[in-house]
Structure formats: structure tokens, C-alpha cells
Design a binder for this molecule. Sequence first.
Ligand code: PRP
Ligand code: URA
Length: 210
Amino acid sequence: MQKNVFIFDHPLIQHKISLLRDKNTSAKEFRELTSEISTLMGYEVTRDIPLKEVEIETPMGIAKTKVISGKKLAFVPILRAGLGMVDGMLNLVPMARVGHIGLYRDHDTLEPVEYYCKLPHDISECDVVILDPMLATAGSACDAVKFIKARGGKSIKFVCLIASREGVERLSKEHPDVGVYCAAVDEKLNDIGYIVPGLGDAGDRLFGTK
Ligand code: PRP
Ligand code: URA
């Protein structure tokens, strides 16, 4: 596996991913699980955010201790399925900014089509975490990274639930500076670009549209 790829092997994440894959999981449960997994992933993804030393007055004296430094964090979900991961991340970092990138895959070409992009004005100063449950062909992820870089974004991570081997390879090749975080890398894509075994269509399962 490429050195910029991190697989979350925490038992709670692995257990919840199994429930998410189950075709009998309802949209309500799917949304809850996605949010819970995102919080658990958020804990790991924020592991390296910078701290600064401060002095805090406790009831007993002065403590030399640490708080998060001024560096800003921006979560950027890829619409629409990425929305399912935002609240779980914000549970941990409520002050983070949230940008949105709207992309859908053309069913015939599998190429991403952009329909919306609104990012924080100071994206160039933010640590950016792109959120999307699925990394399949990586077309959407690569476009999202391009948009963010074109607007000055430099520090970028991509967090998904399930990736395909092909998707990980393409994203790492086109953007070796972007860390890829996921709970599983599945072997293959089918002939309409779905991850097998994957979990099906994440957007439809989150929003009950199928
Ligand atoms: C899904 C998923 C990713 C994309 C992954 O979105 O949420 O954004 O497909 O596929 P790729 O790696 O081959 O680009 P979809 O295009 O189905 O749109 P939706 O979220 O609006 O359902
Ligand atoms: N998008 C999804 O929602 N699921 C896949 O398996 C591939 C792309």
C-alpha cells in the first residue's frame, strides 16, 4: 500500500463498517453509522493538528499546558454523500469551517460533473479535510483536490469510508501530497464503476432515494 494511505483498523470502526455494508441496514441506521464512524475517524485525522503552550490558572496554581494553535481546519464534503460525514466531524471540532463541492458522476462516462463549489475564503491557510464515503474511480476525489489547490489549498487530506484499490492508486499518483484515510480498500470496481463488495450507492442509502 502507498505510504500516504492510512487504513483505520480500530475495532469500533471495523464493526460499524460491517453494519454499514449490510444491504438490510435502513437509511436511518446508515446515517447514524456514517456519522459515528466519521467521529471516530475524525479523532485520528486530527491527531497531528498543531498545539501551542499556554499557562492556565487552576484552583491550585499555574499549569503549563497545551491548546490547539490558531491553525484553521476546514471540512469539505463532496455533495451529496459527503454531507453524511460532516456532523460526525463537527462533533469533535465544532469551530471548523465547512466548504462544499458539488459533483456527480455521469452515469455513462463515469466522469465527475461539477455543479457547485463554495469554499472558505481563507482556504489557503486551512488544513483541509475532504469528506466522501466512497473513493471508486477517484475521478470525483481528484477533481475536488484540483478545485481546492486551484484556490490556494495546500494541506489536504481525503477521508472516505471505503476505497477501491484502483481509486487509491489513482489519487495517490495524481496527488501524492494528499493523505488518504479509509476503513477498507476493496479489490475491484464493477463495469459501472461501483466498488465490489463496497456498500452500494452511498448517496442513495444515506438519503433513501432508491
Ligand atoms: C458517489 C460518491 C463519490 C463518487 C465516487 O457520488 O459519493 O462522490 O460517487 O466515485 P468516483 O470515485 O468514481 O468518482 P455520486 O456521483 O453517486 O453522487 P451523489 O453523492 O450525488 O449520489
Ligand atoms: N459511488 C457510490 O456511492 N458507491 C460506489 O460503490 C461507487 C461510487
